[in-house]
Design a protein around this ligand. Structure first.
Ligand code: GLC
Ligand code: CA
Length: 554
């Protein structure tokens, strides 16, 4: 397989609204991020992914874009963006932006024009259908609640929105629309950015039958008529030719509905499509029947088998993207670790896991501090449209308030969106003003300043781990072999290649366990508990709660 900067790189994801506020209006901004460029570089990351910073009415925090080439006023100006990109480039860090082109905002001039009349030249840039039996054209549901179709009283037709009604889906069948998207992408590359994370990239092509979902099909089933639709590969290849070739760009598609099989068709090397994708199998591990608001405990063997399936399934044929959280998911330490009793230990163990797998690792802001879920008492403290809709729907369906809140505390996207915790000071050092969303009260203990001063912190371990990965190319390019498959607490695997054999052992439990994994003599190279044992010392046969280590096999 080819070797590229985005294969060996580590990505740091920044949610600009919640990273750092430079002007006291309570909203994070581009100048705030630029002011933290040294901090970002200190993490040892190679690539920064910025969540959307474009003009937006903010119904879905920037995923509803009204101008793809303008900057959200609250975040600053194009000059601020240029300065931020320059500051990161100076530090050897590439910058990828979010590309949200499955849909736009309903306030985008293209949609306003499309809606204005059936005869508008832009009518066909979005998906308009007549009513069926006096109701919506089919039974598709929107991700955030209700029907995926919204009636436009003006024309009597419905438009499709797979997300919020303020996010109408583009009609990718229209060549003019596609041309406009590609031209916009090229202008961003000419401005100097290094790639795109593509929002819901598997949803661009809709099956022209517009058939109903079957009762067995969930919204993002691989067979749903808008998931990996009939022209998806054709569109992505065209995008590659028209907008990507000629730029040394990285692309990672957010890819609901992916299985190893269909993923290989989208990111297989030599397919001429995308470089990487985000699959959702691990993120669905605690959902009941695909419903994220109904949760079940995580089983470690199931987690291992998902990881193994992707590690082996793409090996030698395509490149993985590994993440344990992002801006749509709960905090990884609260979900996969033990935030109550072993926060630091389990946060480090999870970082070690993520940075030891084959594929490009993504670290989400605050993950390097072990930031945990928040539990606001009142729904009025939540901001996320998805959470607010769920709460309303659940209560209307008779779910007791306490139960709905419990589910929100676990799963709400706002868990990832509370302000970055810089210090124990006012508003965690995020803003001088009133933050747009409350700060997690645990910032008194969990914050960058305190962790800077503590050599045993999650922050220092993150730096040690990125440096370790850089020194051990087998973690990037080596093979993967799962060990101790049935063990319900130990997550162990081998990474072999590039002239070394590494054994990774992670105790995914709050108990001391035995590890039978090292059948051959192993010497510890890095341990989440602190400095590695002196070279030559055999790795002990036990692991403390949430202890994680990488050892060399001779
Ligand atoms: C993706 C984004 C999410 C957004 C949705 C609609 O899933 O990650 O934040 O709400 O797409 O654009
Ligand atoms: Ca601000």
């Amino acid at each position: 397989m080819t070797r590229t900067w985005w294969k060996k790189g580590v990505v740091y994801q920044i949610y600009p609204r919640s990273f750092m506020d430079s002007n006291g209006d309570g909203v994070g901004d581009l100048a705030g991020i630029a002011g933290k460029a040294d901090y970002i570089a200190s993490l040892g990351v190679d690539i920064v992914w910025l969540n959307p910073v474009y003009r937006s009415p903010n119904k879905d925090n920037g995923y509803d874009i009204s101008d793809y080439e303008g900057i959200m006023e609250e975040f600053g100006t194009m000059a601020d963006l240029d300065r931020l990109v320059a500051a990161l480039h100076e530090r050897g860090i590439r910058v990828i932006m979010d590309l949200v082109v499955n849909h736009s905002s309903d306030q985008h001039p293209w949609f306003l024009e499309s809606r204005s009349s059936k005869a508008s030249p832009k009518r066909d840039w979005y998906i308009w259908k007549p009513a069926r039996a006096g109701g919506p054209p089919n039974n598709w549901k929107a991700c955030f609640t209700g029907s995926a179709w919204e009636l436009d009283p003006g024309s009597g037709e419905y438009y499709l929105h797979l997300f919020d009604p303020s996010q109408p889906d583009f009609n990718w069948e229209n060549p003019e629309l596609r041309k406009a998207v590609y031209a916009m992408m090229r202008r961003w590359f000419e401005r100097g950015i290094d790639g795109f994370r593509m929002d819901v990239a598997t949803l661009f092509s809709k099956d022209p039958s517009y058939r109903d979902l079957t009762p067995a099909e969930g919204m993002f089933s691989s067979t749903a008529p808008y998931v990996y639709g009939p022209r998806l590969h054709e569109f992505i290849r065209e995008m590659r030719r028209e907008a990507l070739d000629g730029f040394d760009a990285m692309t990672v598609g957010e890819a609901p509905g992916s299985t190893v099989e269909n993923a290989l068709e989208l990111v297989g090397e030599g397919r001429g499509e995308l470089d990487m994708l985000f699959q959702f199998e691990l993120m669905g591990i605690d959902h009941v029947n695909g419903d994220k608001w109904r949760q079940r405990p995580i089983e470690v063997p199931e987690m291992k088998s998902i990881v193994e399936r992707w590690q082996l399934g793409l090996a030698g044929r395509a490149w993985n993207s590994n993440y344990l959280m992002n801006h749509d998911q709960p905090r990884s330490v609260s979900r996969f670790g033990d935030a109550a009793l072993y926060r630091n230990e389990s946060a480090k163990a999870l970082l070690l896991l993520n940075l030891s797998l084959g594929g490009t690792p993504y670290i989400y802001q605050g993950e390097e501090l072990g930031m945990a879920n928040v539990a606001f008492d009142s729904i009025s403290d939540y901001r996320d449209v998805d959470t607010l809709n769920y709460h309303k729907e659940a209560l209307a369906a008779g779910v007791p308030e306490a139960e709905a809140m419990r589910s929100i505390h676990y799963m709400s996207r706002d868990n990832a969106r509370t302000p970055m915790q810089w210090s124990a000071g006012r508003n965690a050092g995020f803003t001088e003003g009133l933050p747009w969303i409350g700060v997690n009260p645990d910032c008194a203990k969990v914050n960058a300043e305190a962790e800077e001063a503590d050599g045993a912190s999650v922050l220092h371990f993150t730096r040690a781990m990125t440096a370790f990965r850089r020194k051990h190319p087998s973690l990037v390019y080596g093979s993967f072999e799962l060990l101790a498959r049935e063990d319900t607490r130990l997550f162990a695997f081998l990474r072999v290649g590039e002239g070394e054999s590494l054994l990774v052992e992670i105790n995914m439990s709050s108990e001391t366990i035995r590890s039978e994994a090292p059948s051959r003599a192993a010497t510890t190279l890095i341990s989440s508990l602190g400095p590695a044992l002196p070279v030559g010392t055999p790795a002990p046969g036990t692991l403390a709660p949430w202890e994680a280590r990488v050892s060399a096999l001779s």
